[in-house]
Structures are given as structure tokens and as C-alpha cells.
Ligand binder design. Structure first.
Ligand SMILES: [Mn+2]
Length: 348
């Protein structure tokens, strides 16, 4: 068996274990009534140089306020707190406003919290009771959730929500070891250097492999689930993987630059060209996701302060980013698809 197959098999085993776990509950939702937003991977720290959420706090809090008002249910899909690097108490004290907003969903019975690999401390009911209950009374943190979608009472599909680290070597088998490495080696280094990062988002090859493994599990599973995960920090939406916004193609900027005469214009265009070229280099070609049985939220710890999430609303599934192009506290829909169509294609 090749290393790739072995990796994919471990991920599949991990996801199947979570899928079959008796603790994994089900929720029924009508396709047209469902109003849910899923965010993941905040990696909230202590507001120091190693805290990836700091830059995203503004966009995330704004988004929560809006979804709260519009009656959405909120799913926080794991790695909300960065507990490999920091202690629970200090993290929770660092973001009182964010917790208040999440707490408002909880008070309304509209919050679902999941644990990821970086906050798997919340597997422990004692830790949850000790640290989270003072702010979120009675909260349960789960590993996974099944959403049975119905259309006029008839079941039309199954969404399986889970963080997505299940079955990975570093997260499940040696989590105590990776945690020590992060806490003792990585974090002091990151604090000094100050760049945003969390495993495995730094490793493009691993992320690619991980996306493929999660997709393969969903496609092969007899229950025909639509897997909704986070963990990779890269949004995946149906048959396309949306890419970071590129203002306009490099060729267009180049053509304009050739015609430009004055220094100011040339300087502006040259800057734009370098910007676009570097952006294009970051982008890997999309992996086709057909049937659309795997969606990824992206994350709430992008280095530029953006957050991405998945909305289920108005009979659609949508990938959104906050803030909008102009930096205003509004969502931009990066991709959308009718939910019935997605579920029908997965069931076929
Ligand atoms: Mn993770």
C-alpha cells in the first residue's frame, strides 16, 4: 500500500469512527427553513504575535452580529481556541466580546460547538464545565453532527459536520507530542517572528492531500453524506475551489503598462502587476469536487483579517467572506448553489 493510500485510509477510518459514534447526534432541518452559518478555525490565542485570530476579530464579530439578528443558527466547527499554544483561561479572557456574541446564539438555543485538534481539550466535560460554562452555561461541545435535510418532511440528504482532523497522525495518535512541540518550540519562535500560521495550513502539499482524502471518504460512504469540514484553512466549494480575489488578470495590467507614459501611472501599474503576479503564484489549480459531497469553510484566521464561512439559507448553500471588497462589514458571496441540486447530485 502506498503512503498516500495509507494516509487516506487513516483519514477515512477516523471520519467513519466519528460518523458511527453513538455520541454523534442528528438534527432534522427543512431545506427551505434551514438558516445556518458554519465558521471554523479561529485559533483564538492571547492577542500576542502568535495569535492568528487577532486580525480577524473585527470581521468575525461583525458577521456574528449580523447572523444573530437574521435568526441564523451558528456552528463553530473546531479549533476556535488555540489550546496547543495557550491555556484555556487566558484565551477565554482575551476575547470577551466574541464570547458574548457566541453566547447570545447559545442563549437563543442556536449554537453548536465542535472540538478540533487544537481545542480537543473540550472533549473533556470537566474542562468544558470549568472553563466554558461560566460564559456559556450548560454548553455541550461535540465531535460531529448529522443534519438530516428534509423537503416537505421527505428526507433528501445528509450533511455531516465535523472539524476534519480525524485520522491524521499528528492529531490523533501523537497529539500529546505535537502539543508539546507547538508549546515549547513553535510558539516561542512564532511569537518572535510574528507571522500567522497554524498546522496544517502552512503545508500546501499536505492540505491538498487532506482535501482529497476527505472528499474520497464522502464519495465512497454508503450513506452518501455531504461532508462539511474545516481544519485545512482552505475553502472548498462544490465543483470549484474559490481562489483569493484577483482584481484583474496580469495580462490586462501588462497591456496598460505598455501604453502608460507618466511616472505616476507607471508606478501604480507596476505595483499592481507585482501584486497580481504574486497572488497568482499562491494559487494552486482547483481540484474538481464532483459529486459535490465535500465543502470546507475555510477559516477565521486568514493573515489579511478576512474570515470565510458556509451559509445554508434560502434553499442555498453559499460560501461567504467577510468583509466585502471595500472592507465594509458585509458578506460577499464567493460561490453559491441550490441545496436541492447539491443533494440530488450526491444522491445520484
Ligand atoms: Mn484543525
Amino acid at each position: 500500500m502506498s503512503a498516500e493510500d495509507d494516509y487516506a485510509r487513516r483519514v477515512a477510518d477516523g471520519l467513519t469512527r466519528a460518523f458511527d459514534d453513538r455520541a454523534t447526534e442528528e438534527l432534522r432541518l427543512e431545506v427551505d427553513d434551514a438558516r445556518l452559518v458554519v465558521f471554523s478555525d479561529h485559533h483564538r490565542g492571547t492577542r500576542d504575535g502568535a495569535d492568528d485570530f487577532r486580525r480577524c476579530e473585527r470581521a468575525y464579530n461583525a458577521a456574528l452580529a449580523s447572523y444573530l439578528e437574521r435568526g441564523f443558527r451558528l456552528a463553530v466547527l473546531g479549533d476556535a481556541e488555540e489550546l496547543w499554544e495557550c491555556r484555556p483561561g487566558e484565551v477565554l479572557e482575551s476575547y470577551p466580546r466574541t464570547l458574548e456574541l457566541e453566547g447570545a446564539f447559545h442563549a437563543a438555543g442556536r449554537l453548536e460547538r465542535f472540538w478540533g485538534n487544537h481545542d480537543d481539550e473540550w472533549r473533556s466535560r470537566r474542562s468544558v464545565a470549568r472553563h466554558l460554562h461560566p460564559r456559556l452555561p450548560g454548553l455541550r461541545v461535540r465531535e460531529a453532527l448529522k443534519l438530516r435535510l428534509t423537503d416537505g418532511g421527505r428526507e433528501v440528504g445528509l450533511l455531516f459536520l465535523v472539524h476534519g482532523h480525524q485520522g491524521t497522525l499528528d492529531s490523533e495518535r501523537f497529539s500529546w507530542l505535537s502539543r508539546l512541540v507547538v508549546r515549547l518550540v513553535w510558539r516561542p519562535l512564532q511569537r518572535r517572528v510574528g507571522f500567522a500560521s497554524t498546522t496544517p495550513s502552512r503545508d500546501w502539499a499536505l492540505r491538498e492531500r487532506h482535501d482529497v482524502a476527505m472528499f474520497a471518504w464522502a464519495r465512497a460512504h454508503p450513506a452518501r453524506p455531504v461532508l462539511v469540514a474545516g481544519h485545512t484553512h482552505r475553502p472548498v466549494f462544490a465543483s470549484e475551489r474559490p481562489e483569493p480575489r484577483i482584481a484583474r488578470p496580469a495580462a490586462e495590467v501588462r497591456a496598460e503598462l505598455e501604453r502608460a507614459q507618466d511616472t505616476e501611472t507607471r508606478a501604480r501599474l507596476r505595483a499592481e502587476l507585482e501584486f497580481v503576479v504574486a497572488e497568482e503564484r499562491r494559487v494552486t489549480p482547483p481540484t474538481p469536487v464532483e459529486p459535490p459531497c465535500y465543502f470546507n469553510t475555510g477559516c477565521c484566521s486568514f493573515g489579511d483579517g478576512d474570515v470565510t464561512g458556509l451559509e445554508l439559507a434560502d434553499g442555498e448553500i453559499r460560501l461567504v467572506r467577510w468583509p466585502d471588497e471595500a472592507g465594509r462589514p458585509q458578506p460577499v458571496v464567493l460561490a453559491r448553489a441550490p441545496l436541492r441540486e447539491v443533494l440530488a447530485r450526491v444522491a445520484a
